[in-house]
Design a protein around this ligand. Structure first.
Ligand code: BGC
Length: 756
């Protein structure tokens, strides 16, 4: 018998019920009688927010390194770097006596308006899944646990505690679940945190299909499911659904409810045992790693600087950057002196130190004169004098650097954004400064896309620095002065305007529910397929050097879906500076039975190249790279056919491609039924084979009917396509030797037996 089971066997009903409910805001219930220690948890995700008093929800936390937030992390497209950051996070967790870090978040960026997008990775599930898995693997490699959150479909803050996300099965499977699936299957997080919201009418905390059938049974999740803080409504129903631990505690009423439900037969004790077993297992894993000690704050700050630089995205550059030590730089904007490096809410870290951008710039350009103007106020008011002061400063300098931070009232956990704009004041500031100073660089600190069309034209360069973590100030200086060649690429699209965004007509919802009417088509899947121009596409980012792509190859021209195929491309640095390129591989299905996005990201690689150097990038594409989820079959399916493999430097800049032919090895039961139309019979290969002879007769008969009667201007073959076979046969009942229903049933039987 395992240790875990032995402990469960010794525990009383009361102890097991207590174990499944938190003991404090940040700890689980220890069971001293059986030597089971408590677990200490802490937010997350980009630093440790360890509360000194575990009964306090929001005290100033103990100092810890504030790394860049997820928008920035995803823009690195660098799983190895996230692994390294994960290890650093774990070291801090150990020092701060934390067993489980509450993160990362793997929710999709359905709309750039979601206030919490800064904590999420991407609009693309493949990229988000790779990032989440690497971070988890990094953290857990050091014996510290994670909590992958918020499962699932927590894609907005508006009414986040109760709103029902109405999502069809295919969209859930292809867009909202895969990042979680990848993280669970590739990184085995110790815990998964369920979301606050409902999915199709059922709270995530009570969603049996989601928590038990999909997460635990289908994906093989072995850890425990913890509620988001306050996400539980009916404790017994949530236990039955697969929610193992309720947080926060203490909550004696919940413990009593569980005990009573077992006693009166409402809850099978085996369900409670299973929840307790999962928690005990993780508690024993955590206990293997002694906690306490110190961490190397200086080394982690250096890592945070490197990560911030790798995540920054150069959006525009007319050649001004990198700066060649100008005589005089006017630094404008309060964010240059008050670094804006993280977002509001549960992820807010108390940093060990903060790099001030202004100071970091001075350090790298000792012979340059720097002046400073505040530029814009902290709040919502408009102060023309600040703009005038900035214009005067810019006029006498060789270069102006405007630091623009999106204020907390526009972007945070807890509320969504109402627009994608900078403040009116910030827009006026940029317009006024660029009118007098052509050498103006705008540096942005925000967690999600903004609209740039009102102010970008007069700028010389724009750097998206994100919520860049505590060392971001130094990273900005590194990039502006060319100590680091920018290499970050957008993990989300920058739209031209809010009304272009995919969820625009279905956000934020009404009467308690939000309909995901855009379905699969979020992010570039939408803009691409609808051919809507964007400001900056998914996957975009400039470098100080250039890259050329050549020699696209596939390991086989024809392959079986079960084997997959390996593709490769050569990338050359054709410029004069060493740099990194992020090569993206998209798959385009030439033809499919169900509608698909024009193309989807299925692989990527980041490669360092010296000037003139060429490297071959090789990427494996497996079954899932070609499959879609077919709700009719309730499984991932592939179809025979041709797929274009597109190698891009962004989603909008495909440099070369190759075409491969997939042979599907799936044997799927037919989806034909009594109401199937002629079109459906013809689309189904075996249906077509069985039905073809009858089809020719039907066309002939219909031709006769139409020509016997008055001309009605119809093409009979086209007319038949959308009619159910059964209905057509009913029309012709008089000519049939058998009842129409029997004829269709016999055909259906033939199709079924033909297949298996
Ligand atoms: C947030 C979680 C967080 C938890 C604990 C919740 O409000 O949604 O992400 O981990 O609080 O702070």
């Amino acid at each position: 018998m395992t240790d875990v089971q032995a402990i469960i066997n010794k525990m009383t009903l009361e102890e097991k019920a207590a174990l499944c409910t938190g003991a404090s805001a940040w700890s689980t219930t220890p069971v001293h009688r059986v030597n089971l220690p408590e677990l200490i948890v802490s937010d997350g995700p980009h630093g440790i927010r360890r509360q000194p008093n575990i009964f306090a929800m929001t005290q100033k936390s103990l100092p810890a390194t504030c790394f860049p937030t997820a928008s920035s992390l995803a823009s690195t497209w660098d799983p190895d770097l996230l692994h390294e950051m994960g290890q650093a996070l774990a070291e801090e967790a150990i020092a701060l006596k934390v067993d489980i870090i509450l993160g990362p978040g793997a929710n999709m960026k359905r709309t750039p308006l979601c206030g919490r997008n800064f904590e999420y990775f991407s609009e693309d599930p493949y990229l988000a899944g790779q990032m989440a898995a690497s971070l988890i693997n990094g953290i857990q490699s050091k014996g510290v646990g994670t909590s992958l959150k918020h499962f699932a479909a927590n894609n907005q803050e508006f009414e986040r505690f109760a709103i029902s996300a109405e999502i069809d099965e295919r969209t859930l499977r292809e867009i909202y679940l895969p990042a979680f699936e990848t993280a669970v299957t590739q990184a085995k997080p110790w815990t998964v945190m369920c979301a606050y919201n409902k999915i199709n009418g059922t709270y995530a905390s009570e969603h049996y299909r989601l928590l038990t059938e999909i997460l635990k049974n289908e994906w093989g999740f072995e850890g425990f499911v913890v509620s988001d803080w306050g996400a539980v409504h009916d404790r017994v129903a949530s236990l039955r659904a697969g929610l193992d631990l309720e947080m926060p505690g203490p909550k004696q009423t919940r413990v009593n409810a569980i005990i009573e439900a077992v006693r009166n037969g409402d809850l099978d004790e085996a369900i409670l045992d299973e929840a307790a077993r999962r928690i005990v297992r993780v508690a024993l894993m955590a206990a293997q790693k002694p906690k306490g000690g110190t961490f190397d704050a200086a080394a982690h700050h250096t890592l945070a600087r490197k990560m911030a630089a790798e995540g920054m995205v150069l959006l525009k550059n007319n050649g001004l950057l990198p700066l060649q030590a100008p005589d005089h730089i006017a630094v404008i904007g309060r964010a240059a002196k008050e670094a804006h490096f993280q977002g509001g809410g549960s992820s807010h870290i108390n940093p060990t130190q903060v790099d001030v951008p202004f100071t970091e710039l001075q350090k790298l350009a000792e012979n340059t004169e720097f002046s400073f103007a505040l530029g814009y106020p902290e709040g919502k008011c408009f102060e023309q004098s600040l703009i005038d002061e900035a214009v005067s400063a810019a006029q006498v300098a060789n270069v102006a650097l405007i630091f623009i931070a999106l204020p907390g009232f526009k972007e945070s956990e807890g509320y969504d954004r109402t627009d994608l704009d900078l403040t009116e004041h910030q827009v006026a500031l940029i317009q006024a400064v660029t009118a007098v100073q052509p050498n103006t660089v705008v540096i942005l600190n925000n967690g999600a896309p903004i609209v740039v069309r009102d102010w970008i034209e007069g700028t010389a360069a724009v750097l998206e620095a994100w919520m860049m973590g505590q060392a971001g100030g130094g990273a900005i200086a590194d990039i502006l002065f060319g100590r680091t060649n920018p290499c970050g690429k957008l993990a989300e699209t920058y739209p031209m305007k809010l009304s272009d965004t995919p969820a625009h007509l279905n956000f934020p919802g009404e009467n308690g529910s939000v309909r995901y009417g855009e379905g699969l088509f979020i992010g570039y899947r939408y803009y691409d397929t609808k051919e809507i121009p964007v400001a900056f596409p998914f996957g975009y980012g400039l470098s100080y050097t250039q890259f050329a792509y050549s020699n696209p190859q596939a390991s086989a021209a024809i392959f079986n879906d079960s084997e997959g195929v390996t593709v490769s491309v050569d990338v050359t640095n054709t410029g004069h500076m060493a740099g990194k390129e992020i090569v993206q591989v998209y798959v385009h299905d030439q033809e499919s039975r169900l509608i698909r996005p024009f193309k989807e990201l299925k692989g990527f690689a980041k490669v360092h190249l010296e000037p003139g150097e060429t490297k071959t990038i090789t990427i494996s594409l497996d079954f899932r790279a070609f499959a879609y989820y077919d709700p009719a079959h309730q499984q991932w399916v592939t179809e025979d056919g041709q797929f274009d493999i597109l190698f891009g430097t962004s989603s909008a800049d495909i440099r070369c491609s190759t075409t491969v032919t997939l042979h599907s090895t799936l044997l799927l039961p037919s989806v034909l039924h009594r109401e199937s139309t002629i079109r459906a019979w013809l689309d189904d290969p075996r249906g077509k084979a069985a039905f073809e002879p009858m089809y020719q007769q039907l066309i002939a008969q219909t031709n006769r009917v139409f020509s016997d009667s008055e001309t009605i201007g119809m093409d009979s073959a086209s007319f038949l396509l959308d009619m159910p076979l059964l209905s057509i046969l009913h029309f012709q009942e008089g000519n049939l030797t058998q009842p129409a229903d029997d004829i269709v049933d016999q055909l259906l039987e033939q199709v079924r037996t033909d297949r298996f």
